[in-house]
Design a protein around this ligand. Structure first.
Ligand SMILES: Cc1ncc(COP(=O)(O)O)c(C=O)c1O
Length: 338
């Protein structure tokens, strides 16, 4: 079976983890600090705070913004439910908005939802696609960049996560860089970082990652550049060889994504297509599993672009561990089936 996602774990990763195991220092220690420092250095952030998950990084970030019961936080509906859970966790009211016609959210989508209770807007760089945070910054509300799909930089050098008030990342096993589970919070506002240092550090209740996880993260960071190059290379093969009708949308944004996901467009029923590819031993998925507005019983008609994306977006395997042979097989099967 060709998996939909697969972590790239090599000999160096195993050795790095084994070295920490041999040291018998298995809790949060010097490797977590080193991982934070290296992450910040590699992507030129002022700081980086390792957390137990991307979701928890968001919870900390929202708390640092002083968000509390009754405040409103705007979120696009086209994202996984962890984001909604983080907003609800701090007692805020989630205000759900639509996306544009190619998966990310734009200022037009959020503007009508802003009022005096709005305390943050979460901008998701979904699938690794660059959302233009500069445009959102003009709205006068703190911007939280969800970079869980978008670790690192575009080929033109632009690095994700620098434009908002803060940004957060996930190192879940399916993500671009993994520590098994894990996350990172980056505070682009120095005053917030000072606040963090005073309010969270060394608090026993803060979920952390361990040195075992951090050693894996450090090892993955060492070759992260190769990961991005390999994603780009596979994407190029897909863009050049797949049936053009499936590429209508991705062609428009191909220069501004790190290809965490490779979303195709199909008019076929997605569940049926998933089944057909499954029989061919290729795991493809719907672009997102659900939409947030449906959890809140909001009407589909208010989220037309998201519903359209939900019904027609198919995510195909793309990750560094995918072999050239597997890429060929995927291309042939897609061009036959779709
Ligand atoms: C876009 C997005 N945001 C947030 C999260 C939450 O990250 P985590 O699973 O590390 O809590 C995920 C991961 O599932 C995600 O894909």
């Amino acid at each position: 079976m060709i998996n939909h996602s697969k972590p790239d774990i090599n000999f160096e990763d195993k050795k790095a983890v084994n070295d920490v195991l041999d040291s018998l220092n298995l809790v949060k220690g010097k490797y977590v600090k080193k991982f934070e420092n290296e992450f910040a250095k590699q992507f030129q952030y002022q700081n980086a705070i390792a957390t137990s998950s991307g979701t928890y990084a968001l919870v900390i970030g929202l708390k640092l913004l002083g968000i509390k019961s009754g405040d409103e936080v705007i979120i696009p509906t086209y994202v996984c439910n962890n984001v909604l859970e983080a907003v609800v966790n701090v007692g805020a009211i989630p205000i759900i908005c639509d996306i544009c016609d190619h998966w990310v959210v734009t200022p037009e989508n959020v503007m009508k939802h802003i009022n005096s209770k709005t305390k943050a807007i979460i901008i998701v760089h979904i699938y690794g696609i660059w959302a233009d945070v500069d445009e959102f910054n003009k709205l006068g509300v703190p911007i939280v960049e969800d970079c869980c799909h978008s670790i690192g930089n575009l080929p033109d050098g632009r690095v994700f996560g620098h434009k908002g008030t803060m940004s957060f990342f996930s190192f879940h096993a399916t993500k671009c860089l993994t520590t098994g589970e894990g996350g990172m919070l980056v505070l682009n506002d120095e005053a917030l970082f000072e606040k963090y240092k005073k309010s969270f550090i060394n608090k026993a209740a803060t979920p952390v990652i361990t040195d075992v996880q951090a050693s894996l993260g450090l090892s993955q960071l060492n070759r992260y550049c190769n990961f991005l190059n390999r994603r780009n290379l596979i994407a190029e093969k897909y863009l050049n060889n797949l049936n053009q009708t499936t590429l209508t949308k991705i062609n428009k944004i191909a220069k501004k994504t790190i290809f965490y996901r490779f979303p195709l467009i199909t008019d076929r029923d997605i569940n049926e297509v998933v089944g057909v590819f499954g029989k061919e031993n290729i795991a493809v998925r719907r672009g997102v599993d659900s939409m947030l507005h449906r959890y809140l019983n909001l009407n589909d008609k208010d989220f037309p672009n998201s519903v359209n994306a939900f019904n027609h977006t198919l995510s195909i395997p793309i990750y560094p561990a995918l072999t050239d042979n597997e890429v060929e097989t995927i291309i042939n099967k897609i061009n036959t089936i779709l």
